[in-house]
Design a protein around this ligand. Structure first.
Ligand SMILES: [Zn+2]
Ligand SMILES: [Zn+2]
Length: 628
């Protein structure tokens, strides 16, 4: 676009651009939020094209997930502003769209040159879109809808089945390895064909989007997919977008991919042409500078495919727009053949030709036959008459000239007067313009101030959002830390508890051991005690036995003594008795008793009984004692 010195094919500017995003560049996936349209935003998107005079036909089409409730009203407002600008009401247009008069003027001039602005939408399958998104799109009364697929439903390796994968977003690029190129294309085709069949749409957007990161299927397979696309579009009367973003952005630094992209698009264009499927061209610009970007490459492709007619949505219908001239016609125009003046081919009438040659019309001279007098006379008369007529005509012409001069003088005077008046008026107009300019400048300054404030507010918002994210991250971090600490503490506690338990068991074991030892000791002691007791018992028994023996010996000795004493006593008694008997024998009484009992026996008997009795007596005594 900057190479103005290189000869630029004027048809490039005539290529309608159906795909542009006034809401701007993509943001990080998690940070994308709906952005409301304003009449100003939409007006300025077209202003840039008008300033360049290219592309002449343009449609804005923003994404589904950016939609807001304000959008239909903003679209209505900008349409009214465009009407006012087209009618030349610059102040009205500027005020309605919220732009400066200068903007309105550029757009007004563009519209009067034949530029056109359509407003549509890129309707895709973004899961972040609000559920009533299609209703909002409908309320915008879009001139057309671009149907596209930006998400595939896959089994995520961590998040499981039913995951909505933004497959053309570089943030999620690594999932291609998980899904695989063939599966990606299978899923893409199924999703796209289903959407074409069942959902509203006029143009299929960027068909080759899965190749964005270089993921090309086998060529035979791609050929087959293209055929399926052509069939589906033919059945639904939808057009196919030839997307130029891949040339200036996606494959900008990748000549190999660019060539490949060019080749498959050429194949697709030829197929579409053969089937009567319309082709729409889209720059997919997310910034004004990319409107119509790489349309020179697009034109080459169109020429190669022999396509001179493109589809562009106008007032809600798909218009077929021929590029302003064919290549052949332009070549012809470069060396135009001189038109044959005066021929019927030129298309000019005689009077027109005369006017072109300075107002004098001369009849071609007729050849006359000479020879006869009459003829000569007639000729002379004719000449005289002609002369008279000429003189008369000259006089008349002179009169007319005089009158004309008079009229001219009068006109000149009038013109001078008018010029003076005009000058005065112009001066007043100038003054007015200056005042308007001043007012406009004032307005511009106010607008600038407003813009600066808005920018500041936006920056503040962004900063706030960033801060919020940072705080959340910090919070998360802290929570993680806390959790880790808690885990550690718990582990420590468990270890401690284990240790304690081990110590307790050790203590118990020690106690058990000590108890066993004690018990053994006790047992030993008991045994020892028993031994001692036994020994003591034995000793005691011995003692007793000894004592008994001694006692017995003593008793026996005593008894013997006693027996000896008794024997002695008995012997004494016997002596005494003998003496008594001897005395009685001397007296009566002892004589009689002796006589009654017998005579010698008492002596004998008492001897024996006396020796025996003490023994029996002691024996009975001994026996009765232990029995007690
Ligand atoms: Zn898209
Ligand atoms: Zn897009």
């Amino acid at each position: 676009m900057n190479n103005k010195d290189v000869e630029r094919d004027p048809r490039v500017d005539a290529i309608p651009d159906v795909h542009g995003h006034a809401k701007g560049e993509h943001k990080l996936y998690a940070e994308e939020r709906p952005i409301p349209y304003t009449a100003r935003m939409l007006f300025l998107w077209f202003f840039h094209a008008c300033q360049r005079s290219s592309p002449r036909f343009m449609m804005v089409a923003d994404h589904m997930n950016y939609l807001t409730f304000e959008d239909p009203a903003a679209v209505n407002l900008v349409r009214r502003a465009l009407k006012l600008a087209h009618a030349g009401d610059l102040y009205g247009a500027a005020e309605t769209a919220g732009v400066e008069v200068g903007h309105a003027q550029v757009v007004s001039e563009g519209l009067r040159r034949g530029m056109h602005y359509s407003i549509g939408a890129e309707v895709d399958n973004d899961p972040r879109s609000r559920p009533d998104a299609q209703n909002i799109v409908d309320a915008m009364r879009p001139d057309a809808m671009i149907r596209s697929v930006h998400f595939l439903t896959i089994d995520h390796p961590e998040l499981g089945a039913g995951y909505q994968w933004a497959f053309d977003n570089p943030e999620f690029q690594q999932l291609y390895e998980h899904v695989g190129i063939d599966k990606v294309w299978e899923l893409y085709m199924a999703t796209l064909l289903d959407a074409i069949e069942k959902l509203p749409g006029h143009i299929v957007g960027h068909f080759y989007v899965p190749t964005k990161f270089g993921h090309w299927p086998e060529d035979a397979k791609l050929d087959q997919y293209e055929n399926q696309l052509i069939d589906a579009c033919a059945a639904r009367g939808m057009a196919i977008e030839l997307n130029s973003r891949f040339f200036y952005r996606t494959f900008a630094d990748d000549e190999h991919s660019k060539r490949r992209y060019r080749n498959v698009n050429l194949r697709l264009l030829k197929k579409a042409k053969a089937r009567g499927v319309g082709i729409a061209v889209g720059s997919d610009a997310h910034s004004p500078k990319d409107q119509g970007n790489s349309f020179d490459v697009i034109l080459e492709l169109l020429d190669k495919a022999g396509i001179n007619e493109l589809v562009f949505p106008v007032n809600g219908r798909m218009a077929r727009v021929a590029l302003r001239a064919t290549e052949e016609l332009l070549k012809q125009q470069a060396t135009p053949p001189p038109p044959p003046i005066g021929s019927s081919v030129s298309g000019f009438g005689r009077a027109e030709l005369a006017a072109r040659d300075g107002g004098v019309y001369t009849e071609p001279e007729y050849t006359t036959k000479r020879g006869t007098k009459a003829a000569l006379k007639a000729a002379a008369a004719k000449t005289a008459a002609a002369k008279a007529a000429a003189a008369k005509e000259a006089a008349a012409q002179a009169a007319i000239a005089k009158a004309a001069a008079k009229k001219a003088a009068a006109e000149k005077a009038a013109a001078e007067k008018a010029a003076a008046a005009a000058k005065k008026k112009a001066e007043a107009e100038k003054k007015k313009v200056v005042a308007a300019k001043l007012a406009a400048a004032k307005k511009v300054a106010a607008e600038k101030k407003k813009l600066a404030a808005a920018k500041k507010a936006a920056a503040k918002k962004v900063a706030l959002e960033r801060k919020r994210v940072a705080v959340a991250a910090k919070k998360l971090n802290a929570a993680n830390k806390k959790a880790a600490a808690a885990k550690k503490a718990a582990a420590k506690k468990v270890a401690f508890e284990k240790k304690r338990a081990a110590a307790a068991t050790a203590k118990i074991n020690a106690a058990k051991k000590a108890a066993a030892k004690k018990a053994a000791l006790e047992k030993k002691r008991a045994v020892d005690a028993a031994k001692k007791i036994n020994a003591a018992k034995a000793a005691a028994a011995k003692k007793i036995a000894a004592a008994k023996k001694i006692a017995a010996a003593k008793k026996i000795a005593a008894a013997k003594k006693a027996a000896a004493a008794k024997k002695a006593a008995a012997a004494k008694k016997a002596v005494a008795a003998k003496k008594a008997v001897a005395a009685k024998k001397a007296g009566r009484k002892p004589a009689k008793r002796l006589a009654a009992r017998g005579k010698p026996r008492p002596a004998k008997k008492s001897r024996t009984s006396a020796s025996k009795r003490p023994a029996t007596k002691s024996g009975s005594k001994k026996k009765s004692k232990p029995r007690r």
